[in-house]
Design a protein around this ligand. Sequence first.
Ligand SMILES: [Zn+2]
Length: 101
Amino acid sequence: MTGNAIDLPSAQMLCDTEGCGHVELVGPRDVRKYVGSKCPKCDAVMVTEATALEIESMIAAIDKINEAIGPVESSGQGVNISARVDCAGDVVEASANWVKP
Ligand SMILES: [Zn+2]
């Protein structure tokens, strides 16, 4: 089975308000739909235009890398990358873990 070298799984959108902790599962390519949307728990804006642009430019870079590499054989192993982006589009927390099949 073949697939992209870099997968784009669903993303967790975490509210930045201290003590809120509300999380929503979103499709990364759908981020534009959430610009200006309010947190159902504390009413803060969850996605700003800056955040959407940051995520869209990251997705565009991933698409270019996948296109350059072409389809790859799926081995079931890879690296799970997690990043938390604040309302200004800055990465405030990031981690990577090796995933084995
Ligand atoms: Zn909130």
